[in-house]
Design a protein around this ligand. Structure first.
Ligand code: GLV
Ligand code: MN
Ligand code: MN
Ligand code: MN
Length: 418
């Protein structure tokens, strides 16, 4: 049909892998940390510097750049028609001990697609947009994927701006401070379609030697902050039976969630990633502990079961140690299925380019799962060496970086009509 005719014109087009690697390396210099990784927590000075760099590149490539009220940045390349753009993108914020590919790869591959179309003098039927969304990681301000949540209308702007982070500042204050509280309104009009290219961040593709992951869904995420209040007392004089030890209860929760995940099996995972003790001294029984629990499952019913089991265990600990326990939800996302016809297109173009593919769920959260609520959406994964991410050792081989970007190019050309 007409789409076939449009597609076939540019199937020989390829991105410039060296140019893409150059941008990845240059962005990784901003907030660089030992071991080759990056620390650009959302809305810090390092995040601002990274944003400025990517905005400069967008303008050099001729994109019309807008910044919205939650700091999302969208660069648009005009098409023959006006109207909704076919969008790609991801995020450039990182965890404190992040790699250089998580998020950044998807954004910079989007720019590489634009550069390739510019070089070839190709104008698409529909506009093409490359976006990076604010605070995808959620490491400083929860929930994660905040920018895409606000972009799609799933989180009110005021609530996002009022969010207080781990250092006591708010999203709104920090957006103002780094000059990324922009004029574009949110929620925004839905794109025509959304494709996010990302490193897998897990071991599946690397282990089986598959080049391209066709991401069909994102697993459900449940983040809870737990505060335990007990009684401080002398470590030497307080008999064990008389303690209300917030620290012990915290340790019991860590132990419990590991066992819970093992018992539930399947793809249930459970993590305590942040913990604080008060007063945090060698000879004082802690009177307060604060920790986070991250539970994930591809199955919503099983995720709810894990949450219920945790809640019941907190009740038991409350009784056993006579402590107070309060919980606060930091983030809660049900599993998200992606659009089947988008997955088919990714698979088709990967195979046409001679690449091996496998269909898979995503273990990590991504902005695409928010976009999926407003437009046809899917994701492309490339292998992560040893499945390592959220670690400075995160790595993806150059040929896989190039292959993923070429699949992105082909899918965007088809969707935008090139
Ligand atoms: C966010 O990227 C997450 O999956 O934790
Ligand atoms: Mn990411
Ligand atoms: Mn991440
Ligand atoms: Mn993520």
């Amino acid at each position: 049909g007409e789409r076939e005719a449009e597609t076939s014109r540019n199937t020989a087009l390829r991105i410039n892998g060296a140019r893409l690697q150059q941008r990845i390396a240059q962005l990784a210099e901003i907030g660089a940390i030992d071991g080759g990784g990056c620390a650009r927590l959302a809305l810090t000075d390092a995040d601002r510097a990274g944003r400025d760099q990517v905005c400069d590149w967008m303008r050099e490539l001729g994109l019309a750049v807008t910044v919205d009220a939650i700091g999302n940045v969208v660069g648009v390349r005009a098409g023959r028609q006006s109207g909704a753009a076919v969008m790609t993108g991801s995020h450039i914020d990182t965890v404190r001990t992040g790699g250089r590919f998580d998020g950044n790869y998807g954004v910079l591959a989007g720019l590489e697609v634009i550069a390739t179309l510019n070089d070839a003098g190709i104008v698409t039927e529909h506009p093409l947009a490359v976006a990076f969304f604010t605070n995808e990681e959620g490491a400083r301000f929860a929930p994660d994927m905040m920018g895409s949540l606000v972009y799609t209308g799933a989180l009110p702007l005021g609530e996002a701006l009022a969010t207080r982070g781990i250092d006591g500042t708010t999203v709104g204050e920090e957006l103002q401070r780094i000059a990324y509280a922009g004029p574009a309104p949110v929620p925004a009009a839905a794109p025509r379609a959304f494709i996010e290219l990302h490193v897998e961040q897990g071991p599946v593709l690397d282990r089986e030697g598959t080049q391209i992951g066709v991401v069909e869904s994102v697993q459900g995420i449940s983040w809870t902050e737990i505060e335990i209040l007990g009684t401080s007392n002398h470590a030497g004089t307080t008999p064990m039976a008389l303690r209300r030890d917030a620290g012990w209860v915290a340790g019991a929760i860590i132990h419990f969630v590991r066992e819970l995940a093992q018992e539930l099996g399947g793809n249930q995972v459970a993590t305590v990633g942040r913990i604080e003790f008060f007063p945090n001294l060698v000879n004082v029984v802690p009177n307060r502990a604060v920790l986070t629990v991250d539970l994930r499952n591809t199955d919503e019913a099983r995720l709810q079961m894990a949450e219920a089991r945790l809640a019941a265990h907190l009740d038991a600990l409350r009784d056993a140690e006579k402590v107070d326990i309060a919980t606060r939800s930091l983030a809660r996302f049900a599993p998200v299925p992606f659009a089947a016809q988008m997955c088919d297109r990714i698979e088709h173009h990967a195979r046409t380019q001679g690449l091996s593919t496998r269909r898979m769920p995503s273990g990590a959260g991504h902005d695409a799962q928010m976009l999926a609520a407003v437009c046809p959406t899917a994701m492309i994964f490339v292998p992560s060496v040893d499945g390592v991410s959220h670690n400075v050792r995160e790595h993806t081989h150059p040929e896989h970086i190039e292959a993923g970007a070429n699949v992105l190019l082909a899918v965007l050309c088809e969707l935008a009509g090139a």
